[in-house]
Structures are given as C-alpha cells and as structure tokens.
Design a protein around this ligand. Structure first.
Ligand SMILES: Cc1ncc(C[n+]2csc(CCOP(=O)(O)OP(=O)(O)O)c2C)c(N)n1
Ligand SMILES: [Mg+2]
Length: 549
C-alpha cells in the first residue's frame, strides 16, 4: 500500500485518536492523508511549540503515544523544545516530519526551510529521541516505522520519522506480521531469575526494617503502575511519598501518602520521616536536582533499594534486566510483614490568614484552588514553570492521576497547550496555574480551546514580571513584563475573563469559571515580591548555597 496509507492504518491500529500538527508544503501530502480517514482527529494550534506541548499533555494524561506532524525545517525546528521536554520526562511522542523529495535534493541548491544540511534536522532529533530515522527505503519502510514506535514504547521516550514528500505515495510492502498484529505494544520483559532474587532480597530487607519508606518516582507514572504500587503500599504498610516529578502517581487521599518529597526543603514531617527510615524503597525515581532540591539524598545508600531504568539496586547488589513493572508487581505479591503507622498528608501551606477582603497572596491562591478543587474529582490540574511549578506542589487534586507539570525540564509554555492536550485525551477539565510570563509565551493558544471542544480554566498569577528571579537579581528592571489585559483577552478570544484583586473576588471568580461552559482566564493580581511557600524555601536554600561557594 502507499506509505502514507500505511502510516495512517498503523497509527489507527495503535489506537491513536488524535494527531497534533501544523502543515507546510513539504509535509502537505502526508498531512492531508491524516485528515481524510475517519477516526483520526487533527488538532492544529497557532505555533509548533503549542502543538508539541499539547501532544505531550495528551500523552501524559492518557498513557498513550502522542503524535505530532510538522513540516520540515521551520516546523521541525520549532518543535525541538517541547520534544526535548518529552525526552527528559519520559513521554512517548512520535514526531513525523515532512522533507524535500529526491529531485529537489539532487538539484544541489539550498532547499527552502533548510538550515545547515538537508540532514541537520535528523541530526538534531537524534539527540532528542530514542530512535530517529529518515524513511527512504520502500522495502523496509513499514519495519522501520514499527521499530521506532516499539523503541519509543519500551523507553517511554520520543521517536522521530522523516518522510520526504515524494515517498508518501510510494507503494511499500507490508509484512504479514504487521497485518496480523493486534496493535498492542509489548512491555520490556525481565530476566525471571534476577527478578525472583531481587524481590526475595528486597522483601527480606523490608521485613527486617522497622521504619521503611517508599518513594514513588516518575517511572511509576509513565508505566502507569499506580494499581501495582498501591497494592505494594497496602501490603507493606510503609508510608510513601512521591518525588516532585511524580506528583500524582499516588492518590492524594491515600491513607499512607505523606506528600511530596523535595529533599532538604520537604515539609518537616516528611523530611524527618525519610531521614529516620532504615530502608528507603525508591521506585522509578530519577535522582534529579529538582527532586532533591539541590541536596544529595539524605538517606544512606546502603539503606536504599532503588528500581529505575530496568535495574534494581539493593544496597550495593545490582540486578539488571528487571523492569519496574515486574518488580513492583512481584514485590506486592511477596510475603511481606505489614508495617503499621499513622500517616498524615503534609504540605507546605500555613493556615490561611483571616478575612477575605484583602490583597491576594500566592498562598491564598493555593488555599482557594484547593477549596475549588475539593470534590471535583473529574478535574485535572496543570502547573506551569515559574513560581506556579513550586506553588503547584501544594495543590490537592483529588481525582486519580490528575496532576501534570514539567517538574524537571521546566519549560515555560507547557501549561496552557499541555492542558488542552490533556483535556482532549481524557475529557477532564483542567485548571492551569500559570505566571504572566509563561502566559505570554503560549497562553494565546487558549483561543484554540473551543475548536477542540476544550474549556480549561487558566489562573494567571499576574506579578508583572518574571517574579521568581526577583529575590536573586540585582537588575529587577530586566525582569519586568508589559501589562497584557489577560482577563479581557480571555473574553475577546471566546472565553470568559475576570481580573481579581481580593481573595473574596478570587473565590467568586473560580466558582463562576467552574459554572461556565467556555474556557476562562482568571487574572489574579499578586504583589511582585510575593512567592509561594515552596519557592520561598527554594530561594532561601539557593541563596545559602550561593554564599557558601
Ligand atoms: C522556555 C523557557 N525560557 C526561560 C525559562 C527560565 N525561566 C524560568 S521561570 C521564568 C520566569 C517565569 O515568569 P512567570 O511565568 O511570570 O512566573 P513567575 O516567575 O512570575 O512566577 C523564566 C524566564 C524557562 N523555564 N523556560
Ligand atoms: Mg510573573
């Protein structure tokens, strides 16, 4: 069949429902192919970064592959930043790019949209994906596309295929295997002997421990292991926390959930409990500066058991070829002594000050967001980069797997389009917490929301600048932003907007946004020098660190 038709059929078999993209002449033939068949919706946005973040949000929220389709060069290069974020945070995004046909390449002239070499874009994407290929050999085209997708799924990382415009109609052979395939992608398998031994050793240590702790990391989220994880937590009785990156992997109201572990600046109850642990079971945790907030892990490595990247380390014993899925599943079924401990969920919020007819502090925003989200188990929450990323750690979303943020890559611009993608994928309405600076990057994509049947509530924290850097910058004037009429723009773009200056008005505006069918932009005016509780601790810690150097 023609390569273009094969790709459409392949994606449909995979269960892909949406494709995110912006066309251009070098990808038009392919792009229109996606538009034609029923069952594959095309989601276009204003700018490729928005497209990329939306596909990432879709993939994070659904656990499926996100697919983007862009034109070569100008489009592909514009997509680099979101895909880098997906790579960093283990989100499987398939980038499909067009490209110049063979005749054009043979002319020997520069081709429009070309940067350094025709292959430059491929080289760039090799850095940002687990597999990147130009699909230019008809005989093995189907196998190559299948290989990229399998690699992406095994790694939960982006993949890249470039299909030049003269290849779209080329007839390619499709192997029987793919015709008979049921569309399911296999998970990586463990070596059963190593798995058994790693589980036996871990169970023995857990059973000897007096104060074990479980820390759930990002891989629990990406491999969708919440069910197995909860079984393990319940069987072992150990208190658990998530890392910054994995917030949402454990339901907020689970009785063993302590909260978010942020190293030295964790809520004191969590820090003390982790420091006191005689076994720390790290499940799928990438050790990052954001997770630990610039401090080496407090627990001793000899007391740690860690499962990440298909490898289990029990103290200084290492077992490779043991996947997190198999490990958590088998451990949950092992004979475990049940530990008993009362756990209360801890965050960083101090009690809200009295009175609501007063100026809004960031901590008020969090109290009001939590009040608004209470009982709305269908809603999801998305935190932008900037103070919203720190602030979001104190947000309580009650429904399952309802929290999304770029906790490690931390690119501004993820919030609004990421939320649109997440709603497209799950049907759940997002509340986005977003700084004014981040809104100026991709917030206008909100104008696309109604076309795609979505209606996020965007809460813009308007502190008139890149506020997170004010405490550490001498030239504060360099951090100022022009005042956009955010709330008015929300109304002009087809939604509803409100600008609020008091806590009472914020409460009312959120309630009204919750009632409305359209998207909403709630602009909360914030003192330029105010920050969230976690940001304040983070800034104080980095200033101390800076002084020590
Ligand atoms: C794409 C991108 N560019 C630059 C940065 C660096 N950066 C991190 S936070 C920030 C300022 C964010 O401003 P705003 O959205 O208004 O949030 P606030 O700091 O005021 O809370 C900047 C510029 C980034 N994270 N991502
Ligand atoms: Mg700001």
């Amino acid at each position: 069949m023609p390569l273009g038709d094969f790709l459409v059929a392949y994606l449909q078999k995979l269960g892909v429902t949406h494709l995110f993209g912006i066309p251009g002449d070098l990808v038009m033939r392919l792009f229109l192919r996606f538009g034609r068949p029923r069952g594959l919706h095309i989601v276009t946005m204003s700018h490729e970064p928005g497209v990329g973040f939306a596909a990432d949000g879709y993939a994070r929220a659904t656990g499926r592959i996100g697919v983007v389709c862009v034109t070569y060069g100008a489009g592909g290069h514009n997509m680099v930043n979101p895909v880098a974020g997906s790579f960093s945070e283990r989100v499987p995004i398939l980038v499909i790019s067009g490209g110049p046909g063979e005749e054009e390449r043979r002319l020997g002239t520069l081709i429009h949209h070309q940067a350094k070499e025709v292959e430059s874009q491929l080289h760039i994407y090799r850095e940002l994906t687990c597999d990147a290929r130009v699909i230019d050999k008809p005989a093995i085209a189907a196998e190559e596309i299948d290989a990229v997708v399998h690699a992406m799924w095994a790694d939960r990382r982006p993949g890249y295929i470039e299909i030049h415009r003269d290849m779209v109609e080329r007839v390619i052979p499709v192997p029987e295997r793919l015709i008979d395939w049921n569309g399911r992608l296999p998970e990586r398998r463990s070596d059963p002997r190593k798995l058994r031994e790693a589980v036996r050793e871990t169970a023995a240590r857990l059973n000897r421990a007096r104060a074990p702790v479980i820390i759930a990391g990002i891989e629990c989220h990406r491999y969708r292991l919440t069910r197995e994880l909860l079984q393990l937590i319940e069987r072992s009785g150990a208190p658990c926390a998530t890392t910054v990156l994995a917030k949402g992997a454990i339901p907020i109201d689970h009785p063993s959930h302590m909260g978010v572990y942020i190293g030295a600046i964790s809520p004191p109850a969590i820090r003390k409990r982790v420091d006191r642990a005689d076994v720390v079971l790290n499940l799928g945790t990438l050790l990052t500066d954001m997770n630990l907030m610039m401090r080496a892990p407090t627990f001793r490595l000899e007391d740690a058991i860690s499962a990440v990247d298909d490898r289990v380390e029990v103290s200084f014993h290492q077992y490779d070829n043991v996947t997190l899925r198999d490990f958590v599943g088998a451990l949950a079924r092992a004979k475990l002594k049940r530990h008993r401990e009362r756990v209360t969920y801890a965050d960083n919020l101090k009690p809200q000050s009295r009175g609501i007819d007063r100026a809004i502090r960031v901590s008020d925003v969090l109290w009001e967001v939590n009040r608004f989200l209470r009982g709305r188990r269908d809603m999801i929450f998305v935190a932008e980069s900037g103070d919203a990323l720190f602030a979001g750690l104190d947000v309580r979303v009650e429904g399952p797997a309802g929290y999304f943020a770029q906790g490690l890559y931390a690119s501004m611009g993820f919030g609004v389009p990421g939320a649109i993608g997440a709603q497209i994928g799950t049907g759940r309405r997002p509340l986005v917490l977003c700084g004014d600076g981040a809104f100026q990057m991709t917030g206008p994509e909100i104008a696309q929301a109604p076309r795609h049947g979505t209606n996020p509530i965007v809460l813009v924290l308007n502190n008139a600048g890149w506020g997170i850097f004010r405490p550490i910058a001498d030239r504060k004037d360099l951090l100022d932003l022009p005042a956009w009429p955010y709330a008015e723009l929300g109304g002009l773009w087809g939604g509803w907007g409100a600008r609020v200056e008091t806590v009472a008005d914020l409460r009312d505006a959120l309630a009204e946004a919750g009632e409305r069918e359209t998207f909403a932009v709630v602009e909360a005016m914030i003192d330029p020098d105010d920050h969230s509780p976690v940001a304040r601790k983070y800034i104080a810690a980095s200033l101390r660190k800076g002084q020590r150097k």
